[in-house]
Design a protein around this ligand. Structure first.
Ligand code: FAD
Ligand code: NAI
Length: 444
């Protein structure tokens, strides 16, 4: 029986494991994960902290028991500390001290990512929190319950930072949001969109501290304030959300790596050793927007790469079709979605890129209720006319519309093709001259 070992059983690992166990009954699957839980949806953390959901119960969709029922051997709270890639052996130690030396025919690395730690004084103080694991969220919530936390400073105004800033504000904390960039969500949207989010955050009382670099975190035993190159802010809790780095410790000396340290994989999710696959946040993706290998840490990418690796590891050839980094965020009533690259990024990468913008209400004016404004930007290459990215925001749920742009980027559709694309009309949903068509028609 072919032996498949999977290291890491969160989103990427879980997708790979379930695909193997559900489709290939002739495999012996062994799973190691250092954590005591599987499949925690980090996206629920802000909802949980902000009291928008009553408990964390629904934030898991798989378990050790489910894998075991399907026939896998599962070792949780067991750290893999070494892999002998020549002898094809995985070395691990359990919480109880039990040692494992497990042979494999195929190995799937799903070790994910780690939060980036800033190299500043004070990160070891009490109440300086990273927010990645279920345990991190629980610790933050337990601390919030003790009533001594009033001022929360969130460092990093990316997706984690903005979502958590809202959550802390919702439960009555005084929140300061710091970023070195000149705006929030700068990796995902152009300024025309991020300004709307900034206004949204400010209007709810969040203090924005952009273009500031944290130089130290101060306190005696526990955090008391945070110091930047421009100001000081009182802080009873500091949350660090300045991005993820791939966790490629186990293979860094034996496998080829991308410039940020992620395992470099091909379209079959194979690393530089053909029997070793890497998936999710520890691996690269192929970014269709820029037609290059890249790194984009998202649960959706993790799941898809897990499915692809599982089939290939089980001798069913399956190619990854690449990703567009499609993403979304909802802060209070403001919904923002994007895919591909922003105009700023396109220009910084050397594209002769332009954007076409349009703003309108979602539905005809005679629809008097729930008829919100929608703002759209489509970024495209002036020479090739190929769509490079799209951004949308509204109080209306426009999220599904971004998937069309995701597919358009994947398939290298031009802005001109979009002009006359068949988009249906019904007043309950949209206008006959809808904003997607209008934005495309107005393209240079
Ligand atoms: C607060 C928050 C909100 C998020 N919201 C979203 C969202 O809304 N949408 C979205 O698409 N993405 C979101 N993400 C990102 C998403 O969670 C990650 O992209 C996703 O978790 C990646 O999954 P993964 O399985 O590749 O890696 P990870 O989730 O990092 O899992 C890696 C697993 O490997 C195990 N492991 C690591 N090293 C070892 C070892 N040596 N031995 C044994 N086990 C090991 C770990 O214990 C872990 O279980 C969010 C992340 C956070 C933190
Ligand atoms: N809604 C979603 O899809 C969500 C996705 N995620 C994903 O999880 C991953 C991690 O999220 P984040 O940590 O928020 O990363 P991020 O990349 O979204 O944001 C990091 C932010 O930190 C800032 N930054 C970097 N160094 C800094 C420093 N030294 N001081 C201050 N600011 C600094 C950056 O300018 C950026 O705004 C991302 O890939 C993200 O897309 C996370 C939460 C929600």
């Amino acid at each position: 029986m072919e032996r498949i070992v999977v290291i890491g059983a969160n989103h990427a690992g879980t997708a790979a494991i379930n695909t193997i166990l559900d489709n290939y009954k002739d495999k012996e699957v062994t799973i190691f994960d250092s954590n005591d839980n599987i499949s925690f949806l980090g996206c629920g953390m802000a909802l949980w902290i902000g009291n928008q959901i009553s408990s964390s119960e629904g934030l898991f969709y798989c378990s050790k028991e489910i894998f075991e029922q399907k026939g896998a051997k599962v070792y949780l709270e067991t750290i893999v500390y070494h892999i002998d890639f020549d002898k094809k052996l995985v070395f691990a130690t359990g919480k109880d001290g039990q040692n494992y030396q497990t042979p494999y025919d195929k190995l799937i690395l799903a070790t994910g990512s780690l939060p980036i730690a800033p190299t500043i004084e004070g990160t070891d103080l009490k109440n300086v929190q990273y927010v990645k694991l279920f345990q991190n969220a629980k610790e933050v919530i337990d601390k919030l319950h003790d009533g001594l936390i009033r001022n929360v400073v969130v460092v990093g105004a990316g997706y984690i930072g903005v979502e958590l800033a809202e959550a802390f504000n919702r439960i009555g904390k005084k929140v300061t949001l710091i970023d070195t960039a000149s705006t929030c969500l700068s990796g995902y949207y152009d300024r025309e969109f991020t300004d709307i989010m900034s206004k949204n955050l400010e209007s709810h009382g969040i203090k924005l501290a952009y273009e500031e670099t944290v130089t130290s975190i101060k306190g005696i035993g526990k955090v008391e304030k945070i110091v930047t190159d421009k100001h000081e802010y009182p802080a009873d809790m500091v949350v660090l959300g300045i991005g993820f780095k791939p966790n490629s410790q186990l293979g860094k000396d034996s496998l080829e790596l991308f410039k940020n340290g992620a395992y470099l994989v091909n379209e079959h999710q194979q690393t530089s050793q053909p029997d070793v696959y890497a998936i999710g946040d520890c691996a690269t993706v192929y970014d269709n927007a820029i037609q290059k290998t890249s790194y984009i840490a998202l649960a959706t990418n993790a799941v898809r790469s897990g499915i692809v690796a599982a089939h290939n590891a089980c001798e069913t050839p399956l190619k990854s079709i690449g990703v567009q980094g499609s993403n979304g965020i909802c802060i209070w009533d403001l919904k923002m979605v994007s895919t591909g690259i922003t105009l700023d990024k396109a220009k910084s990468l050397g594209y002769d890129a332009v954007a076409t913008d349009y703003e309108d209400t979602q539905k005809p004016d005679f629809i008097e209720h729930d008829n919100y404004k929608v703002k759209i930007r489509i970024v495209y290459d002036k020479k090739t006319r190929i769509i490079l990215g799209a951004q949308m925001c509204s109080e209306y749920d426009i999220s599904m519309a971004i998937h069309m742009f995701s597919l358009a980027i994947q398939e290298q559709v031009t802005i001109d093709k979009l002009k006359l694309t068949d988009i249906f009309f019904l007043p309950h949903f949209n206008k006959p001259y809808n904003y997607v068509t209008m934005a495309a028609l107005m393209a240079e």
